[in-house]
Design a protein. Structure first.
Length: 130
């Protein structure tokens, strides 16, 4: 099973290194050491942490879209019918194509906080270590 250094584990959990270190200090999170002597978290333990932090289904909102990214609108490019809306969601850039009418109704412009909700029939998954 892979093991992850604290900085990588924090990034995968969507928290800061300091937040994860505080959680390690107060919780029973088992750490190991890699060949170089760095503290690492086992992949299975990281999954447990991720699942512990996940909201219960249905408690967060009433939508079927489970994948959502909170962030800031960084750019909006519109024509009469469609708009391209870019959001910076933590380390992720999310680009959505939505109607210009929706952009206007939601008041989307750079600096506005927004949430991108993703529901897709096709999702591509890559492994970071390959």
């Amino acid at each position: 099973m892979p093991a992850y250094r604290i900085s990588t584990a924090a990034r995968l959990l969507g928290v800061s290194d300091d937040t994860l270190r505080r959680r390690i200090a107060r919780d029973t999170i088992e750490l190991a050491q890699d060949a170089a002597g760095h503290a690492v978290i086992d992949g299975v333990e990281l999954v447990r942490l991720a699942l512990d932090d996940a909201p219960e289904p249905g408690r967060e909102s009433s939508t079927s879209a489970r994948n959502h990214f909170e962030g800031l609108v960084t750019r909006v490019v519109s024509d009469q019918v469609m708009s391209q809306v870019e959001l910076q969601c933590g380390p992720f850039r999310v680009v959505a194509l939505i109607s210009t009418e929706s952009v206007n109704e939601l008041g989307l412009e750079p600096g506005v906080a927004a949430t991108a909700r993703v529901k897709a029939t096709n999702v591509v998954v890559d492994r970071a270590d390959r």
